[in-house]
Design a protein around this ligand. Structure first.
Ligand SMILES: [Fe+2]
Ligand SMILES: [Fe+2]
Length: 255
């Protein structure tokens, strides 16, 4: 694990598990990611030309579906059994489809089998690393910790089988290292884009808040209507209403 990534994961996980409501948010994201992986794996099982991989992808999909359910249960339990908004999001089939299929193509179709397996290896290894940080720091509650330990066993198996497949491709002389580099680069780029989107949302909210409370609000308190200037909203709506009545009367006369 790179030192930079370890520091980033450690800092973010301390924040994410301690702020009220954030563990539910985090677990919801995990549940969605697991369901997205399940869709990717089912699509791979259908599309692979390699018979021996079909069963592996299908079993992998079943694991990911089970993980999605476990995380969704934890969200519900931490929300006091209520059907939170996050649960409604999990049920959103449209969102699920957006995760699994982009531009009408599944992940497997976009990447091809070699890069798909490189992606599985990198993504699963990252997940194992991330869950390990949470457990080392004893951040989740005891039930979520037990669930994470259970899920980690499957994720470790996903890492080992995808690694074996990558090594098999390497022995055949396929460009595995280039595929791994491409996957890591794309994941970094996507992470950066997610960060900039979230930061953009936060920054626009912050500046709009400042604008409303620092400029628009005080201005409204000292502003007065002037003759020949702005008109009051009620006057304007009366004018609009009269205009509409006249138009309706004209239409009735014509008919
Ligand atoms: Fe998983
Ligand atoms: Fe996995």
């Amino acid at each position: 694990m790179g030192h930079l990534r370890r520091a980033y994961l450690g800092t973010m996980s301390e924040v994410a598990w301690r702020l009220p409501g954030w563990p539910q948010r985090l677990l919801t994201e995990f549940s969605l990611a697991e369901r997205g992986s399940m869709v990717d794996m089912l699509a791979a099982a259908q599309a692979t030309p390699r018979r021996e991989m079909r069963r592996k992808y299908f079993l992998h999909a079943l694991d990911e579906g089970r993980h999605a359910g476990i995380f969704a249960e934890r969200v519900k339990a931490l929300s006091g059994g209520r059907v939170a908004r996050s649960d409604a999001v999990i049920e959103d089939a449209g969102l699920l489809q957006d995760h699994g299929i982009v531009g009408g193509k599944t992940l497997f179709e976009r990447l091809g089998e070699l890069e798909f397996l490189a992606f599985v290896f990198v993504a699963e290894a990252d997940a194992v690393e991330q869950f390990g940080v949470y457990l080392d720091r004893k951040l989740p509650d005891p039930e979520t910790t037990a669930a994470l330990r259970d899920i980690l066993k499957d994720e470790s198996f996903h890492v080992s089988y995808s690694k074996l497949e990558c090594e098999r491709y390497r022995r055949e002389g396929k460009p595995v290292d280039a595929a791994l580099r491409a996957v890591r680069w794309r994941r970094m780029k996507e992470g950066w884009m997610r960060f900039t989107r979230d930061f953009g949302e936060w920054a626009s909210g912050f500046w709009l808040l400042l604008l409303y409370f620092g400029a628009v609000g005080p201005f409204r308190l000292i502003a007065r209507l002037e003759s020949g200037g702005w008109r009051s909203a009620s006057g304007a709506s009366a004018v609009a209403r009269n205009g509409l009545d006249e138009a309706l009367a004209a239409a009735r006369l014509e008919s």
